[in-house]
Write a protein that binds this ligand. Structure first.
Ligand code: SF4
Length: 302
């Protein structure tokens, strides 16, 4: 039996249109994310994410480098949004997140990308860095559903998300895949320019979990619903991995946790002595062993 995403219900009941209107309204004095910039994005692009109203896309295609339950046999249908509400000095996609490389598209174009990815056989539509573009996604979804979209939607964010906005969007996304980047607020400020990252990310991830629960997969191991968290181990324990893992284990020991070892010093990382090297095998093993020791059952490199 095919999984039926709950956005189809929202569409049938007419709620999706209202939601798109409500979210767009919030962009006119922008409070879509915890920065609460208050700027009118229909007129200026001087909020923290430097984004106007229309989405800017850097790329879209079936992607085979995501986590195995998203990739399956035919790939995850990724759509990469340009710009970001974080300013990570080690960002590996800084040309997209910080330098703004991408192309502005209409809501209809965005809808047609979703349809095309579905037609190419992708298992899901995976919105990368969606936080500042949630109204655009919802607006485009109206068109996409009318043209037959039925795939699960993935919300693939940096974890700095507003609980209020997430609650408004309940039912739109089937899979949440946030980062949990830091458990120390000072480190979050130093490396991403965010003063309250751990507090906000904990609230956001808890809300996501309350909406979708643990990750669920079909008989082929392909995910259709639930929470999947990414944690990038940083050199010299800058990510505060133990506390991050303890928080996630407290949420659910069945949380699907991808502990990542692929950090490399990119962008402005070399300005910080502690960030100038890759993670050692030992540092990575300590992180994974701690997660397993905390009782987490779905942990590793995926
Ligand atoms: S989405 Fe952008 S403009 Fe809106 S509050 Fe967040 S950073 Fe500011």
């Amino acid at each position: 039996m095919r999984y039926e995403p709950s956005y189809l219900n929202l569409y049938e009941q007419g709620h999706l249109k209202q939601l798109a209107d409500d979210l767009e309204e919030r962009a006119f004095s922008c409070s879509l994310c915890p920065h609460n910039c208050g700027v009118d994005r229909s007129r200026v692009k001087n909020g923290r994410c430097r984004s106007g109203l229309l989405p800017v896309i850097s790329s879209w295609s079936p992607h085979f480098g995501e986590e195995a339950p998203l990739v399956g046999r035919k790939g995850s249908g990724t759509i990469f949004f340009t710009n970001c509400n974080l300013s990570c000095i080690f960002c590996q996609n800084y040309d997209i997140s910080a330098l703004g490389h991408g192309k502005e598209v209409s809501y209809r174009d965005l809808a047609m990308m979703m349809i095309s990815l579905q037609e190419q056989g992708c298992h899901n539509i995976n919105f990368v860095t969606p936080t500042h573009m949630v109204y655009a996604i919802t607006r485009a979804l109206l068109t996409a559903v009318s043209r037959g979209l039925h795939l699960p939607l993935v919300y693939n964010s940096g974890g700095y998300d507003s609980v209020e906005t997430l609650r408004l969007m309940k039912g739109v996304f089937d899979i949440y895949m946030p980062d949990f980047k830091y458990s120390d607020a000072d480190t979050g400020y130093k490396l991403s320019g965010i003063k309250n990252y751990p507090e906000i990310a904990k609230g956001a991830v808890s809300e996501m979990y309350s909406q979708v629960g643990d990750l669920e997969t079909d008989e082929a191991g392909v995910a259709y619903k639930g929470l999947l968290v990414r944690h990038l181990v940083l050199p010299n324990n800058l990510a505060g991995t133990r506390d991050a893992v303890d928080f996630l284990a407290g949420l659910s020991r069945n949380t699907y946790l991808n502990i990542m070892d692929q950090y490399r010093p990119e962008y402005r990382a070399r300005e910080h002595l502690e960030l100038r090297r890759r993670v050692t095998l030992e540092e990575f093993d300590v992180a994974v062993n701690h997660a397993r020791g905390a009782g987490m059952k779905r942990v590793g490199r995926f």
